[in-house]
Design a binder for this molecule. Structure first.
Ligand code: FE
Ligand code: FE
Ligand code: ZN
Length: 278
């Protein structure tokens, strides 16, 4: 398999524009927010844009893409109206993603805010059970979290507990964020093999569908979640080289969410390609 690498792009001009931008910077996939990351109304999906996007992607080798939910949604908030808003947004996003079938949609499980993770896990699973349907072609990914505040998903066990409570769990996968797991206390710098073994033991490696490739501004176990550009943080170039070449990870799609504009992403993609051992 070839290296599948992309970055987070602005969705303001639609799917074709994102695919063209990706191709222009040497990427063969991309991630985007389904709507303003702070929530709010989504622009309707334009079928003509989807058609042009699909043709362009086929001609230019753009692979499976990743949508990201607004990060302000809280699926496990104590207030029912906040949970209801998150659920409605998720349902609407998934419906929109079905217009570009066969892709992936990633979300942050949420923050339990003093309720404790057990109740939160029940709320998150409840939402997924309400929204997932058997005919869905979109794979829905839970993101590994840094454990900032009361974030759920800071351990592999919490993600596994959510998956176990979802009826249509074959629709679910996990997106591993390298900044988040390092901040959460999984030592991907010194013990990558052990972390992946742990992931396999707790969640099952087949669930791992994507990697958010980020360096971290903060040290191991800091629970902060501040992304750094590749090679310039506490994860560092050597660990990132091992991550993109690791036999368990190398065939997954990698998405940069580093603090960059498009030209910076182009440079990082070129750098990562030079580090990739084919
Ligand atoms: Fe995220
Ligand atoms: Fe991420
Ligand atoms: Zn993050």
């Amino acid at each position: 398999m070839s290296f599948t690498i992309g970055c987070h792009l602005s969705a303001s001009k639609g799917f074709l524009d994102m695919a063209q931008t990706a191709a222009s910077i040497g990427a063969n996939t991309f991630q985007f927010f389904t709507r303003n990351p702070r929530g709010g109304q989504a622009k309707p999906v334009d079928p003509a844009d989807v058609e042009a996007f699909q043709k362009f992607s086929k001609d230019n080798g753009i692979n499976v893409i990743l949508a990201h939910a607004p990060y302000t949604l809280n699926f496990c908030a104590a207030r029912p109206e906040i949970r209801a808003f998150a659920r409605e947004t998720l349902a609407d996003d998934i419906k929109r993603m079905e217009m570009v079938p066969g892709n992936m949609y990633n979300f942050h499980p949420g923050s339990h805010v003093q309720q404790g993770p057990e109740i939160a896990i029940d709320f998150i699973a409840e939402t997924l059970n309400a929204v997932l349907t058997p005919e869905l072609t979109t794979t829905v990914l839970l993101e590994t979290m840094a454990g900032k505040g009361s974030e759920v998903g800071r351990t592999f066990e919490e993600l596994r507990a959510i998956i176990d409570k979802v009826n249509l769990s074959d629709k679910l996968g996990v997106c591993l964020d390298t900044c988040h797991v390092n901040d959460a206390g999984y030592d991907i710098v010194n013990a990558l093999d052990d972390v992946l073994e742990e992931f396999d033991k707790v969640i099952g490696i087949d669930r791992l569908k994507a990697v958010h490739l980020n360096d971290s501004k903060n040290p191991f176990g800091s629970h902060k979640d501040r992304h750094e550009t590749i090679g310039n943080g506490y994860i560092g170039a050597d660990a990132i080289k091992r991550i993109i070449n690791h036999p368990t990870l190398r065939d997954l799609p990698f998405f940069l969410e580093t603090p960059n504009e498009v030209p910076g992403y182009a440079q990082e993609i070129a750098l990562l390609k030079s580090w990739r051992v084919e």
